[in-house]
Design a protein. Sequence first.
Length: 133
Amino acid sequence: AFNFNFIEPNYLPINTLTSYFPSFLREGMLEVFGGNSYHWKLINENLNVSTFHEKILLDFGPYFAQLVFFIFGMVCAYFYLYRYKSIFHLIALIVLLHGIFFSFFVDFIFNLVFFAQIVIAYIFLKRLKIQNV
């Protein structure tokens, strides 16, 4: 609980959603909407990685963050269950698992580039008129 002493959640997904916007807009959005640009202190310089938990904990606090993680797990389970029924579900599952795998290092899950991969795959497969998208 090294950084838990400093958590003051605002119970809005401001810090999480700002990662969908370019960096030059983020600080202004945090100021306007009352977000927290606080970054967690490192335990030491050798452990210089972050986690995707940071933004969610700052937005929702420790208790509501568990609900957010549960909902995210259910979304991943949905794509996992339907991965054999459509190519889109398989592509989305791969993108989500990649984000989960690297979430120990940085927030890839709530990142515009990763979200855009799922959206572009959906649009591309719809335009190809592939069955079961």
